[in-house]
Design a protein around this ligand. Sequence first.
Ligand code: HGY
Ligand code: MN
Ligand code: MN
Length: 417
Amino acid sequence: MVAAPGENLRVNGDRLWDMLMEMAKIGPGIAGGNNRQTLTDADGEGRHLFKTWCEAEGMTVGVDKMGTMFATRPGTDPDALPVYIGSHLDTQPTGGKFDGVLGVLGGLEVVRTMNDLGIRTKHPVVVTNWTNEEGARFAPAMLASGVFAGVHSIDYAYARKDPEGKAFGDELKRIGWVGDEEVGTRKMHAYFEYHIEQGPILEAEDKQIGVVTHCQGLWWLEFTLTGREAHTGSTPMNMRVNAGLAMSRIFEMVQEVAMSEQPGAVGGVGQVFFSPNSRNVLPGKVVFTVDIRTPSQEKLDRMRARIETRAAEICEKLGVGCSVEAVGHFDPVTFDPVLVGRVREAAEKLGYSHRDIISGAGHDACWAAKVAPATMIFCPCVGGLSHNEAEDISKEWAAAGADVLFHAVLETAEIVE
Ligand code: HGY
Ligand code: MN
Ligand code: MN
């Protein structure tokens, strides 16, 4: 069968894999993954390596006041808005080598392949590393892309504190990555994000490519429960104001609410702080964040209302104080149908198996979609495991997704003969 025009244009999978393994050496975890949390020295080192690689490809690297990095490959038309390819280099504390990193370095591999082939495009291509996508150290997640999209102010972002009380703005200054660009002044022709699925569907269905049509919405609800510090040994059960017990009943309730909203809803808790966190003192204060998500707007808001109402009832019964603050949120996202179509056509042309999919995880693309046509491409990941140091993909999967990214970007950036 005669190859379709450009069908044989593929990225260099070995070179992409080598870049991923090189970046993985920075901020290593303790079990083969990464701990390269945002605004740590390791993050600074990873940023520097990315900048060095981009400049070696003849790209110019701009940085905005949130530290987001924009590496530009010029187009032939100086007035044409760029096509952006982005994701994040920061990781969870027990993160994998591919979450976010595949999207940034996959974008760089697209540029390297364009340089290898001497391809010129009308629109510039900009490869982006968003600051603090994970939200592990500074909530909320997708903080820099949120400021870029006008969802958060830069003052709000700079004031966000990590668990040790360090402020985002101070830490960004400390690692020397406060840029001079105003945040959000850049305009995008289109935005693509290539990412591991972080779920089990593609691998289970033996599909090489996820054509991402939507992303589920999210609430992060931070609860602060106030009990009374008291001796765990000498305080009679009927005299306790037990914030820890209230917390455990709320956890059980969140599970129940999420299960009652199936299919297509999740709810759970990943982070808890006890104070004073001493074995033989009942906690005076318990702080935790409930993470709920679903593709349905109506279900998302209903789950939030049910959880907040029932949490207040649980606490009242136990005489425990209860306050809640939404520290993260985005509504369900529908990605741009034209760009989604280009991703699907690229997978078809390249002969890769594919299926439409809704993203379970949140991504910077969710905020980019507020200010430009945006979409995503997924590759499978082993066992659907992510936010775990054992997160793994194959070199073949990585290259196939980058090939689709390459073709969809070329289609959008318009090759100049
Ligand atoms: O929470 C998320 O979905 C993303 O990993 N920040
Ligand atoms: Mn990610
Ligand atoms: Mn992540």
